[in-house]
Design a protein around this ligand. Sequence first.
Ligand code: ADP
Ligand code: MG
Length: 392
Amino acid sequence: MKFLEDIDVKGKVVFLRVDFNVPLDENLKIRDETRIQASLPTIKYLLERGARLVVASHLGRPKGQFNPKMSLKPVAERLRELLPGTNIIMAPDVIGPEVDRLKASLKEGELLLLENVRFYKEETDNDPEFSKKLAQDCQVFVNDAFGSCHRAHASVVGIASYLPEKAAGFLLKKEVEHLSRVTHNPEKPYVAILGGAKIEDKIPVLESLINKADVLLIGGAMAYTFLQAQGKGVGKSIVEEDKLQIAADIMKKAENSGVKLILPLDHVMATAPDSQEIALVADSYPLPDNLMGVDIGPKTIAEYEKYIKSAKTIFWNGPLGIFEVKPFSRGTVEIARAVAESGAFSVVGGGDSIAAIQQAGVADRISHISTGGGASLEYIAYGTLPGIEALK
Ligand code: ADP
Ligand code: MG
């Protein structure tokens, strides 16, 4: 795979795929521009080197229909502020004669922002004709949309076969470098921490970590499906009944491969997810019938911290409790601090996990915070992504 430094872009029309899928408020103001900032180094680099730059992204889920509420116009306006002196042209469409005309008349150092690629259902279908139209009049493909690389879509995968010269942008490069350290030959001991809402979203990553990690620390709602699969009564805690067998299989596989899969030893219990009040901390089964587990308890925190302290590599996805509710956030916050202090190479992925790390105030002491939730989990599960393969 080539990187930006390996290609010559001067005077060439470069098709750059980024992830500008930013949240907009009801007045179409950008609520959080992290994703725009994340690809600025790539954009600046290409403009400074004289590329004629075509930029594409999706925003939201317009489901193949033109939708002014999901237009990239607010992003074009913000780019004009972030890149003063650069001529930024907002395209009226994604493909078609008007867009082709704008592409052809682009000058070196100018930027043409296409409309939301998902205004066409051919984007998510990875339609070859559509991919070809995207590539029309372009010479180079650069992908910097790490958060979309797990999708085999036209502007991520399909387009690559129509443009012989291709490279990964700086953001994609950084993600791959860091994520590969927790995926390919991680330094041992390797401790993975998995929590969050559902096992369902995390089965492939669980299966893969069984073969890579030394210790799997489980928390969050997910823990209760594992505990139930062991025949322990978990009261009103969230259990995915249809995943009990998978949970049992994963525990068996872990045992067979000598991986320590560790479940919480005690539980912060409450009457409801939003009750704001701890009813009690339980460390024996069955857990009380009328209560649900909302956080890991102090014994679990102490036990998990021991493993975290001795780790050389840590991957974390998923909060260990309902961290959005203050009294139930302690487990997640304490574990975040322990990861930050461990001295291990640490990677955190997932939208809620990143929010939890920020809430704990330790984001600057985590080696890498992955910008793509789904993409980072799939990278760890499969060791690569469709969008990365397409660049090879
Ligand atoms: P991420 O976005 O980091 O991948 P998830 O979306 O998988 O994480 O999970 C985050 C959600 O899991 C949070 O909204 C949190 O409240 C919820 N959660 C964590 N522990 C529990 C629990 N014990 N019971 C119910 N929900 C939980
Ligand atoms: Mg989430």
